[in-house]
Write a protein that binds this ligand. Structure first.
Ligand SMILES: *Cc1c(COP(=O)(O)O)cnc(C)c1O
Length: 364
């Protein structure tokens, strides 16, 4: 029996009837942009994250880049980002014309190493943009502490971390502002593109509400040169259905992760180290081994889908060729050794056991 890396049809199947009903409701309402559904989702997601404001936007990249814009971060400024992340974290900084300052990951959490952040700070640094990579919160106490000592903003890239917790508080409320993505494959995924910003900052929220909507809060009155990046009614209605089940879905992911961990303990693969106080939502289940390519081939031959997140580090991408990047050996070694195994709320105990058995067979 083949096991897909991720089958979104299977993931959405339990919610199909409720989503259909939500879509019908939007269809009949006659409002498709900036209506009741979006307003209701914004209230519900803000409450879920434990923050004052949620601003729906078109996608996760816009969420991040609009936060930077709303803070007035741009040309001449520097933003600290993880070297090991999806390229959107970097692109958000590029979009506002600021300078990307990549920081290497910790060799065990695979996420931005707080110890190295301080060395990367200069008089031009304005913000730190930690990513809760693979659903695991970054070491936010240490990051907040550094930011406070240097007067920097902390902008969470929470695109992989809907519902993740750090010392009892949810992602989205762990920094000054956070960007979320509702890309279909995320833990809270729409049926198309979508994104949101969360924050407790009233002024920032007001600026963002304008920036996403042509710089306007009153029709045909434009206070800023904004963009068009809105969460539409159809996606908001679908997200309201799925938000009700997010905690249950995340609990299933945690059970799958625990089953993997138990089954893989006596294999040579390394699993992510959980930072103190962090509770992951297991967006991805990543294992590490120097024999990554051969393991991947073994699993492919047996019908088990895998992915690499990410196969080419940002600083090696064509988009960032010609820049004078520092040496990033931790990131490069990690990129050569990581492999994402199937991870979804729907995976059965038998499927996880079968995948683990094949991993063990490979090393036997
Ligand atoms: C998905 C993702 C984004 C971008 O979200 P989009 O909605 O695809 O624009 C940003 N950062 C990280 C870490 C992501 O995984």
């Amino acid at each position: 029996m083949p096991i897909d890396f991720l089958n979104l049809g299977r993931a959405n199947a339990p919610y199909e009837a409720a989503m259909r009903e939500a879509i019908d409701r939007v269809l009949r309402s006659g409002y498709y942009i900036m209506g009741e559904e979006t307003a209701a989702f914004e209230r519900e997601f803000a409450s879920y994250c434990g923050v004052e404001h949620c601003i729906g936007v078109g996608n996760g990249l816009d969420a991040l880049h609009l936060i930077l814009r709303a803070y007035g971060i741009g040309a001449g400024d520097e933003v600290i980002v993880p070297a090991n992340t999806f390229i959107a974290t970097w692109l958000a900084v590029s979009l506002v014309g600021a300078r990307i300052v990549p920081v290497e990951p910790d060799d065990a959490t695979w996420n931005i190493d707080p110890q190295r952040i301080e060395d990367a700070i200069t008089p031009r640094t304005r913000a730190i943009m930690p990513v809760h990579l693979y659903g695991m919160p970054a070491e936010m106490d240490a990051i907040r502490d550094i930011a406070d000592r240097h007067g920097l903003r902390v902008i969470e890239d929470a695109a992989q971390a809907h519902g993740a917790q750090y010392r009892g508080r949810r992602a989205g409320g762990l920094g000054d502002a956070a960007g979320f993505s509702f890309y279909p494959g995320k833990n809270l995924g729409a049926l198309g593109d979508g994104g949101a910003i969360t924050t407790n900052d009233d002024d920032l929220a007001e600026r963002l509400r304008k920036l996403r909507n042509y710089g306007s809060s009153i029709k045909y009155q434009h206070d800023a040169a904004g963009i068009n990046s809105r969460l539409d009614e159809m996606q908001a209605a679908v997200l309201r259905v799925k938000l009700q089940h997010l905690d249950a879905d995340n609990a299933r992911r945690a059970a799958v992760a625990e089953a993997y961990r138990a089954a893989l303990t006596d294999t040579p693969v390394e699993l992510i180290r959980v930072p103190d106080g962090a509770r992951s939502v297991w967006h991805l289940l990543v294992v590490r081994t120097p024999r990554r390519d051969a393991l991947r081939e073994h699993l492919t031959q047996r019908g088990i889908g895998t992915q690499i997140h990410y196969p080419i580090p940002c600083h090696r991408q064509g988009a960032y060729a010609g820049h004078d990047w520092p040496a990033l050996p931790v990131t490069e070694r990690l990129q050569a050794e990581i492999l994402s195994l199937p991870m979804a709320p729907y995976l059965s105990a038998d499927e996880v056991a079968l995948i683990a058995t094949e991993v063990k067979a490979f090393f036997a």
